[in-house]
Design a protein around this ligand. Structure first.
Ligand SMILES: Cc1cc2nc3c(=O)[nH]c(=O)nc-3n(C[C@H](O)[C@H](O)[C@H](O)COP(=O)(O)OP(=O)(O)OC[C@H]3O[C@@H](n4cnc5c(N)ncnc54)[C@H](O)[C@@H]3O)c2cc1C
Length: 453
């Protein structure tokens, strides 16, 4: 009987466990998680903080017992894997309550150890009013502090999408919010139009944003709380601080097992999600991925990719045969009333990968413009200059933006050219879409630019 052990219980790990048990119902599948919760909704955490989600239970459909009962997987929470011994195919696992280390054998191992919030390296980072936004425990601690202390001011360190979502959440909870970002703009790894829109939206909602600003000190008051965030541009009062700047792949077990890491610090796997160590697979935020747009190694810590890699690893450890395609970075952010979507590569990112790219932007509406509630929509497509292959795109608009982004993602995945969009029969109904599909118009213009026709 096959013995499959999976380390990490949030997105990639449970997906792997369920798939492995499905492929080989006779296998013993064990899921080990050092924290309390498994298989919970991480992406929803900002909405727990904002109050849009009022019941934590909806984010935790399973506890260990329920997961075990539903899927036939043995689940151990509060169990930390401290060592992997590939030569003997054994793990040293510590029960964090009872203390002792147990040796657990495996035939196949999946590391789904995820990522951790990158430390700033400043004293004060562990003060009671300094929070992270990485796990359910983090979000619950933040909620408890807000409910109990009603903070008037909050400083968010990091202007990536999680920082922006957290800024919105705290604004909705009545805090005066400042976002501090070291790059020249927020959402700095996205299209510059999204960065600009994001900044405008935050400012329009009364959120102070300081770009090109570095935190140099978290200054504690007499009670040990951080009362002031000192930056290179002055200081900011802070009843609470939330650090969202960066995640680092958690690779300590992989490294210790001798698995190869990539230049971006994540585990390098083959298409079957197997590491360079025989019998050890990896999935999720601890891994690097091949970018379908640029064909380069990249780091894309996203739940969608983690779950997919988990399923592939789970299938393969159970004797099946599955492969992960290269990944498309597909990110959406709802900021107050506007959806911002980024898919694949920007022109700049393509250029950095040695690919000459073209882009076209179409300003349109999300339905026939003279109908009530028509909203502006801006769509940008990016294609390879030589071939017209779709590399990516961005969307700024209302509900429906995510679906447009998903369509672009499909095109990048399948290596379609912009011509495919020109020929597309889009769904047209006046209250749902404009007569001339902005994606098709952008595609036609890109085609004309490339072919001079
Ligand atoms: C606030 C927030 C919002 C997000 N929003 C989105 C979104 O809208 N869309 C999207 O696609 N993605 C989103 N993400 C990203 C997504 O949540 C992650 O990509 C996903 O959680 C990764 O899953 P994972 O299982 O690989 O790793 P993780 O979620 O990091 O889980 C890894 C688990 O492994 C455990 N572990 C690590 N080492 C050990 C060990 N030695 N022993 C035992 N257990 C161990 C950890 O305790 C952890 O629970 C968001 C993330 C955050 C934080």
């Amino acid at each position: 009987m096959r013995r499959i052990v999976i380390v990490g219980g949030v997105a990639a790990g449970p997906a792997a466990a369920v798939r492995a048990k499905k492929i080989d119902p006779n296998a013993v599948v064990m899921l080990l998680e050092q924290g309390e919760h498994i298989a919970y909704g991480v992406c929803e955490l900002p909405y727990l903080v904002s109050g849009e989600i009022s019941d934590t239970a909806v984010l935790r459909p399973y506890d260990a017992t329920r997961f075990a009962r539903n899927y036939g997987v043995e689940v151990r929470v509060f169990n930390r894997v401290e060592e992997v011994v590939p030569a003997r195919r054994e793990l040293a696992v510590r029960d964090l309550f009872r203390g002792p280390v147990e040796v657990i054998p495996y035939d196949r191992l999946i590391l789904a150890t995820g990522s951790y919030s990158t430390p700033l390296g400043l004293a004060g980072e562990r003060a009671p009013n300094v929070f992270r936004m990485k796990s359910l425990d983090d979000a619950q601690s933040l909620c408890r502090w807000i409910d109990g202390r009603r903070p008037a001011t909050a400083v968010i360190v990091g202007g990536g999408y999680i920082g922006m979502e957290t800024a919105e959440a705290l604004r909705l909870r009545g805090c005066g919010v400042t976002v501090v970002e070291s790059a020249v703009g927020v959402l700095h790894d996205m299209d510059e139009s999204l960065s600009k829109h994001g900044l405008d939206i935050l400012r329009r909602h009364g959120i102070n944003v300081q770009t090109e600003t570095r935190v140099v000190e978290l200054a504690a008051d007499a009670k040990g709380n951080v009362g002031k965030v000192v930056t290179n541009n002055g200081s900011l009062p802070s009843d609470i601080v939330v650090i969202t700047a960066g995640v680092t792949p958690e690779t300590s077990l992989a490294e210790q097992a001798g698995a190869r890491l990539g230049e971006l610090g994540g585990v390098r796997c083959d298409a079957r999600q197997e590491t360079t160590v025989s019998g050890i697979f990896a999935a999720g935020d601890c891994c690097e991925v091949r970018d379908a747009a640029t064909s380069r190694w990249s780091y894309m810590p996203l739940a969608t990719i983690a779950a997919r890699q988990g399923r592939v690893a789970g299938e393969n450890v159970a004797g099946g045969s599955a492969e992960c395609k290269d990944a498309v970075r597909a990110v959406g952010i709802r900021l107050f009333e506007t959806d911002l979507v980024q898919v694949g590569a920007t022109v700049q990112q393509a250029k950095e990968a040695g690919i000459a790219a073209l882009e076209q932007t179409i300003e349109s509406t999300d339905r026939v413009p003279f109908l009530k509630h028509a909203r502006p929509t801006s769509i940008r497509l990016v294609t390879e200059a030589q071939t017209g292959r779709m590399l990516g795109g961005s969307v700024v608009g209302g509900p429906g933006s995510a679906q447009t982004g998903t369509m672009i993602s499909l095109a990048v995945h399948e290596r379609l050219t912009s011509d495919a969009f020109m020929r597309l029969d889009h769904v047209y109904a006046p209250p749902m879409s404009p007569f001339k599909d902005p994606v098709a118009i952008a595609a036609r213009r890109l085609h004309a630019e490339r072919t001079d026709r």
